[in-house]
Design a protein around this ligand. Sequence first.
Ligand SMILES: NC(=O)c1ccc[n+]([C@@H]2O[C@H](COP(=O)([O-])OP(=O)(O)OC[C@H]3O[C@@H](n4cnc5c(N)ncnc54)[C@H](OP(=O)(O)O)[C@@H]3O)[C@@H](O)[C@H]2O)c1
Length: 250
Amino acid sequence: MNHLQDKTAVVTGGTRGIGRAVSLALAACGANVFALYARSRKNAESLEKEAESRGLHITTIRGDLSHEESYSHTVQQLHQACDHIDILVHSAASGVHRKAMELSEKQLKWTFEINFFAVHKLTRELIGKMGRGGRIIGITSPGGTHVIPNYAAVGSTKGAMEALFRHYARELAPEGIVVNLVCPGLVMTDVVKEVPELEKLLNITLEYTPSGILTTPAQVAEVVTFLTTDAAAQIVGQTIVIDGGKGLLA
Ligand SMILES: NC(=O)c1ccc[n+]([C@@H]2O[C@H](COP(=O)([O-])OP(=O)(O)OC[C@H]3O[C@@H](n4cnc5c(N)ncnc54)[C@H](OP(=O)(O)O)[C@@H]3O)[C@@H](O)[C@H]2O)c1
């Protein structure tokens, strides 16, 4: 597919895990991709190298989106580099993993800063560069609608994000900007590898996943890419679940 030739995409959290796969998939369809990240220069450099070796256009921009100064620096670079933006994918996320009753207000606020407020702030910042045919896609999680152990903070931010995106979808569809979310099941990325009792989580997930396999970053990226096609233009305000059927049994 080459349907994104001359299109510009911004992918937050675009250098690692799911976001990295999205950056590569959109660039492989011809997009000029700006992959944002917070800290890990190593991942950014390896993405830049991979893109170069494949002849893809990916530029990485470093900046913690939850901090005023680095946020401003990031958007300044985007404003300078992009006349228009066609696709905005929100994949960046972080957060404190605790039970709800062990979660302080400060920890919850910090998690909301990156997973919710930074999403809204960046969307409002860049919306003026988007127009008819534009796409905004959020990556949410089953924790936005279901209870996952120690996921009270991140799950709350995802639930809030889903509600906000329904409003985005309603408000922006008349302007030709299509908003959706994708919701992967468990995907083995760096952040998941650090989860306590990972083996137990994996066993339970696989036991309750009818397809019997975990979702991969590339599979999530393919669905995100499909949402950028003309064929998907009438999918508005939906959450597309990519979990091998696990949600059927939860
Ligand atoms: N993995 C799963 O099982 C799973 C399942 C469902 C949904 N999701 C969702 O999918 C998305 C991607 O998850 P992932 O597993 O691929 O995550 P990941 O591997 O941890 O990657 C997270 C990305 O977000 C960036 N980031 C984190 N904090 C940031 C901040 N304050 N400012 C700017 N960028 C920041 C990171 O930059 P650095 O590399 O510099 O830290 C990294 O590029 C998230 O929204 C997650 O909630 C994941």
